[in-house]
Design a protein around this ligand. Structure first.
Ligand code: FES
Ligand code: FES
Length: 161
């Protein structure tokens, strides 16, 4: 078994771990770090459920090896909630707008959207739909997700005022 030591900052904490060179970033996050909010659906880069931020950019953790994240910072859905337990505006907006049912796809949507709203804080509906076009939801449908993103973008703009 080939192993390598990697140092990664995950949700703000710097960690050094020895990993198998072939382990996926998604499996490292879930199985080594026990951060099971990152979900694995297709494991082929299609569904978006495994999306995390790598150095602030949305990335599919099923398409990356853990060793490729060496030296990077990785943020998972667990990073969104505030220390006092209050929800991130995206989490609050998904809840308020019934933008999830089973929730399997939701962490991937959220991490995709964190990156998107950083880049485009005031998106229109077309831009939102384009941004989430790589994330599959099999049970909620997309209308409420779009509404949630609109609410979150307004809330984030207010936070920044
Ligand atoms: S599990 Fe990674 S894109 Fe589907
Ligand atoms: S809420 Fe069930 S797959 Fe999206």
């Amino acid at each position: 078994m080939n192993t390598r030591e990697i140092t990664v900052t995950v949700n703000g904490k710097r960690l050094t771990e020895t990993v198998e060179t072939r382990i996926l970033l998604a499996d490292f996050i879930r199985d080594h770090l026990n951060l099971t909010g990152t979900h694995l659906g297709c494991e082929h880069g299609v569904c978006g459920a495994c999306t995390v931020l790598v150095d602030g950019k949305a990335a599919r953790s099923c398409l990356m090896l853990a060793v490729q994240a060496d030296g990077s910072s990785v943020d998972t859905v667990e990073s969104l909630v505030n220390e006092d337990g209050t929800l991130h505006p995206l989490q609050q907006a998904f809840s308020d707008n019934h933008a999830l049912q089973c929730g399997f796809c939701t962490p991937g949507f959220m991490m995709t959207l964190v990156d998107f709203l950083n880049e485009n804080p005031n998106p229109n509906e077309t831009e939102i739909r384009e941004a989430i076009s790589g994330n599959l939801c099999r049970c909620t449908g997309y209308a409420n997700i779009v509404k949630a993103v609109e609410q979150a973008s307004h809330a984030l703009a207010k936070q920044g005022e």
